[in-house]
Design a protein around this ligand. Structure first.
Ligand code: GLC
Length: 563
């Protein structure tokens, strides 16, 4: 496998709207990000991914873009962005932006021109498709509910939008559109951007006959991923995109790829792959319901562990995955992957350890490093996210009470991750002097950066130690490139694996106890404890035994041991 500059890096996702507001409008901004570069550097971050900061009507929080070349006023100016690139560079850090090119905003001049002349050149930048029997061309349901088709006013055509109706899908079959996209991507790379996180990219290939599918809900519609699954030939687009843009700049790219066919892993992230890496969503999809959040299945520890191991196994000889426990579309990892009784500092450190030391590029989402959690709301009006409003409605229509529907939102809402970053115990968690665009999680008085910064046993201090260990000159290679071999799968509640250096045979054991009973693991003579979250009582590699050494892990205990 070829080595790349990003193989051993630590990435961090910033959701700019909720990171830090410096001008009192209740919305985070670039100046806020600039002022926290040293904080991120100290944490050990190398690559910063910014969720969209382009000008936008924010129907889907910036994932609806009417102008790919300008910065949203709410966030700041292009000069500030250039300064950010510069300041990051000074610190040996890299900035990566979101690339949202499955769709744009309905405010984009391309779409406006298409509407003005539905038979003209720009209509072919989108999917303007003739109605069938006076109805929408097919029966697909979009990601945010309702039909993916919206009438084009004054015509017998509909346009396609797999997300909100304000996010019309771009027609990648049109070479002129593709050229415009490549020029735009190069414009940013030319500025010094290190790469992109590539949004919803699997959706760019459609089945052009736009068939209907077996309905899967009472609305008579079928979920649009059915078409995505059936579409073939996306590789040609992605190879061209790479060739025309990323490859010329040795850019780092991470794809948001759901619904990939298993055999395509090599094509996506092999040596000649479309992207540097893709996110591992294998754990996230485990609990998906058949109809929505209201029928999601509970997370089973063993299924979770084996999904992650399986993904690691598949990728090992192919490339690198990007590992996450949460992002701006998911609930908080600490609330999702830790059993209720383990949702404490020790549990959060354990979750950090077993996920950040996996093979792949760790992506930390803002606030994860202090253990931010899901946020309970008492009414749907307190939510902002378009997807949450749709899922709440779905739950109520399916017969849930208001309380049950709100419980679904508490467990699954994208707003759980979008509440403002908790910097201090001061007003609004130190996020803003104004009124935050989305209310701060009330637990900011206990969970905040300021409190944890000065405390050696805080979650934040532990993240710093963990990242420093992963990046230390001694262990950097093994954590970046070493194989991952699952271990002690027979022990209840134990999530453990070896990281093995193929050449030297050197091994590091990473183990966490997600169960309710203490467990004893046999290691080897001379084992050396590199890191542990319960140093006083929980984890010990005892000395004295000549044959084997014992590692005792209390519930929520974790350890990293060099053999
Ligand atoms: C991706 C983004 C999500 C957005 C969607 C449409 O899944 O992560 O936030 O709503 O694409 O752009």
């Amino acid at each position: 496998m070829k080595k790349h500059w990003w193989n051993d890096k630590i990435a961090y996702q910033i959701y700019p709207k909720s990171f830090l507001d410096t001008d009192g409008d209740g919305i985070g901004d670039l100046k806020g990000i600039l002022s926290k570069l040293d904080y991120l550097k100290e944490l050990g971050v190398d690559i910063i991914w910014l969720s969209p900061i382009y000008k936008s009507p924010f129907v889907d929080q910036g994932y609806d873009i009417p102008d790919y070349f300008s910065i949203a006023e709410e966030f700041g100016t292009m000069e500030e962005f250039d300064l950010l690139l510069n300041e990051a560079k000074k610190r040996d850090m890299y900035i990566v932006m979101d690339l949202v090119v499955n769709h744009c905003s309905d405010q984009h001049p391309w779409f406006q021109k298409a509407l003005a002349d539905p038979d003209g050149e720009y209509a072919d930048y989108f999917y303007f498709v003739k109605s069938r029997d006076g109805k929408a061309p097919s029966n697909l349901r979009g990601y945010f509910g309702g039909s993916v088709w919206e009438p084009v006013p004054g015509t017998d055509k509909y346009y396609l939008h797999m997300f909100a109706k304000e996010q019309p899908d771009l027609n990648w079959e049109n070479p002129r559109l593709r050229r415009q996209i490549y020029d735009m991507v190069n414009w940013w790379l030319e500025k010094g951007l290190a790469g992109f996180r590539i949004d919803a990219i699997i959706n760019i290939k459609k089945v052009l006959s736009f068939p209907s599918y077996e309905p899967d809900g009472p609305d008579g519609l079928a979920f649009c991923t059915k078409m995505v699954d059936e579409a073939s030939g996306i590789g040609d687009f992605l190879q061209e995109l790479k060739r025309e843009t990323f490859a010329r700049y040795d850019a780092f790219t991470v794809g948001e790829v759901f619904n990939m066919k298993e055999e395509e892993l090599q094509e996506f992230i092999g040596d000649e792959g479309h992207f540097s890496t893709i996110f591992d969503f294998s754990a996230h999809i485990l609990t998906f319901g058949d109809h929505g959040w209201y029928d999601e299945k509970p997370l089973e520890f063993e299924a979770w562990r084996s999904a992650l191991f399986q993904a690691q196994k598949e990728v090992q000889s192919v490339g690198f995955l990007a590992n996450i426990i949460e992002n701006h579309d998911e609930p908080r990892g600490a609330s999702r992957y830790l059993p209720t009784w383990a949702q404490n500092d020790a549990g959060k450190k354990m979750l950090a350890t077993t996920s950040i030391l996996l093979r792949g590029i760790p992506f930390i989402y803002q606030g994860q490093e202090i253990g931010m959690t899901n946020c309970r709301r008492s009414d749907i009006s307190e939510y902002n996210d378009i997807n949450t409003l749709d899922q709440y409605k779905l739950a109520v229509e399916a017969g849930c009470t208001k309380e049950e529907a709100l419980q679904c939102c508490f467990e699954h809402s994208r707003d759980n991750a979008r509440t403002p970053m908790q910097w201090s115990a001061g007003p609004n968690g130190g996020f803003t002097d104004g009124t935050p665009w989305l209310a701060v999680n009330p637990n900011f008085t206990q969970i905040n950066v300021e409190e944890q910064q000065g405390r050696p046993d805080s979650v934040l201090s532990y993240y710093k130690e963990l990242i420093a260990l992963r990046k230390s000159p001694e262990y950097r290679e093994i954590f970046a490139y070493g194989d991952l071999v699952p271990a002690f799968e027979e022990l209840p509640g134990i999530f453990a694996y070896w990281r093995v250096d193929r050449e030297t045979g050197r091994r590091i054991l990473v183990a966490g106890n997600y169960g309710t009973e203490a467990q004893v693991i046999s290691t080897a003579p001379g084992a050396k404890l590199l890191l542990s979250n319960l140093p006083q009582s929980g984890t010990e590699v005892s000395s004295g035994s000549s044959e084997s050494e014992q590692l005792r892990l209390e519930p929520c205990g974790c350890a990293v041991v060099l053999i």
